[in-house]
Design a protein around this ligand. Structure first.
Ligand code: GDP
Ligand code: IMO
Ligand code: MG
Length: 427
């Protein structure tokens, strides 16, 4: 098995960073292929916490090649800061490669993200305000600036002046905001280009060569299935494809090159940002899980909305991603809860739905149908084998496999790399 995609199976923050870091020990190359610094992936190794936004979670291993591929949108300042932060912690980043085709998140994208959200009022998406949507909009509108442009002064002058003419028009005329200065942006971004140039490469060649040599390549998804612009809870989604297909386009590899896809899911559900969330717990149990699990966003610090595990969502994720299995994280957060619930179906207009509804309207109006399971008392964080887990924890995992219809391949029982139980080989 050489090329494996890891995606979020819920609404993001499932613990992809932890799982990808764990699997990276066996990987030769780790690739980020979509999203931008809306992502926040936390990795904890020997009590040291690393928060990664753009650099793949494989960077903490000395030999792994890490690729930021064409499908990612890059805020160069954030990336340079992240590189400096990693270097400051003794991490060698010389194995980082960045696609010249990746689009650049410009300061006007962040500004437009903010004014768009403000204008939406109570219909706001609750974005991370990092300019991700407007950057992907420019990519689709064919007025984006790409990493490669930052290394060519004439190209950048041309692309930036065209883009800025339109952006400044919108910002000044529609929103009464000060225009951005061309000269300032031009010199700043040329400078970023110079600083990043040592990492820039044709990453599609690198990734395909690695696959063809039989090396182990891991694709690290950002966000989650339910935030996918096509398959998520539109319009409360991000602007990229966090589902598995995004890995092929976002890294320039053929779908036939990908061997397997795994989903990461919390043992319950969280969502940060606005939009429908059928199993949301707005009561004391939800607040309790939020506090036990320190459920506050890695990127924005916002409290995450918390709810029971939703197997309808996970079955849907299994379908649209072609999941071969699930990595279940944060099982330890449920320690001590007297009982647990799993939504196995929804009720909608008097009918029982077992498939995720096809329309946003229906999804907003479903009521979960729950199965209740007994909890366990003892802390499970120190267990490393499935057999050691309390009977009810094993039973909970069995039910997840049964109602989602795919195997659980890995269980995470704590934040540390070592807090992991492997049930099946992933590579
Ligand atoms: P990602 O965006 O999917 O990479 O997830 P985040 O890093 O944003 O959020 C997941 C959080 O859960 C991080 O703080 C992780 O350190 C933490 N985490 C991951 N797995 C576990 C686990 O099994 N147990 C506990 N208690 N925390 C975990
Ligand atoms: P990781 O990779 C959780 C959410 C935002 C908002 C919506 C759109 O850490 O799992 P955007 O800024 O992308 O336009 O916001 O998507 N969102 C995430 N939620 N985890 C993430 O990334 C997210 N990235 C974006 O909260 O609801
Ligand atoms: Mg996150």
């Amino acid at each position: 098995m050489s090329a494996v995609v890891v995606v979020g199976a819920q609404w993001g923050d499932e613990g992809k960073g932890k799982v990808v870091d764990f699997l990276s020990e066996a990987a030769d190359v780790v690739v980020r292929h979509q999203g931008g610094n809306n992502a926040g992936h936390t990795v904890v190794v020997n009590e040291r916490e690393f928060k990664l936004h753009l650099v793949p979670s494989g960077i903490l291993y000395p030999k792994t090649l890490c690729v930021i591929a064409n499908g990612v949108v890059i805020d160069p300042k954030v990336l340079l800061d992240e590189i400096a932060y990693l270097q400051g912690h003794g991490v060698d980043v010389s194995r980082l490669r960045i696609s010249s085709k990746a689009h650049v998140v410009m300061p006007y994208h962040a500004k437009l993200d903010a004014v768009n959200e403000e204008r939406r009022g109570d219909q706001k998406i609750g974005t991370t305000l990092r300019g991700i949507g407007p950057a992907y909009m420019d990519k689709a509108a064919r007025v984006g600036i790409r990493v490669g442009d930052l290394m060519h002064p004439d190209e950048l002058r041309d692309r930036l002046s065209r883009a800025l003419e339109e952006k400044n028009h919108v910002l000044t005329k529609a929103y009464g905001i000060e225009p951005f200065s061309f000269d300032e942006l031009y010199t700043t971004f040329l400078d970023y280009g110079q600083k990043l140039s040592q990492y820039v490469a044709d990453t599609s060649v690198i990734v395909n060569d690695a696959i063809n040599r039989g090396e182990r390549v891991l694709f690290e998804g950002a966000q989650g299935t339910m935030l996918d612009i096509d398959h998520g809870t539109y319009p409360f989604v991000t602007s990229s494809h966090p589902t598995a297909g995004g890995a092929a386009i976002g890294a320039g590899v053929g779908p036939t090159q990908i061997d397997r896809v795994y989903g990461v899911a919390k043992a319950y559900t969280t969502r940060v940002g606005d939009g429908p969330f059928p199993t949301e717990l707005s009561d004391a149990t939800g607040a309790d899980i939020r506090e036990r699990g320190h459920e506050y966003g890695t990127t924005t610090g916002r409290p995450r909305r918390v709810g029971w595990l939703d197997a309808v969502v996970l079955r849907y994720a299994a379908r649209v991603n072609g999941l071969a299995g699930l990595a279940v994280t944060r099982l330890d957060v449920l320690d001590g809860l007297p009982s647990l619930r799993i939504a196995t179906a929804y009720e909608y207009q008097g009918e029982r739905l077992t498939e995720f509804p096809d329309t946003a309207w229906a999804f907003r109006h479903v009521t979960p149908i729950y199965e209740t399971l007994p909890g366990w008392d003892e802390p499970i964080g120190s267990y490393r084998k499935r057999e050691d887990l309390p009977t009810n924890a094993r039973h909970y995992l069995d039910r997840i496999e049964a109602v989602v219809g795919i195997p659980v391949v890995l269980v995470s029982v704590g934040r540390e790399r070592s807090h992991t139980i492997v049930l099946h080989d992933v590579f």
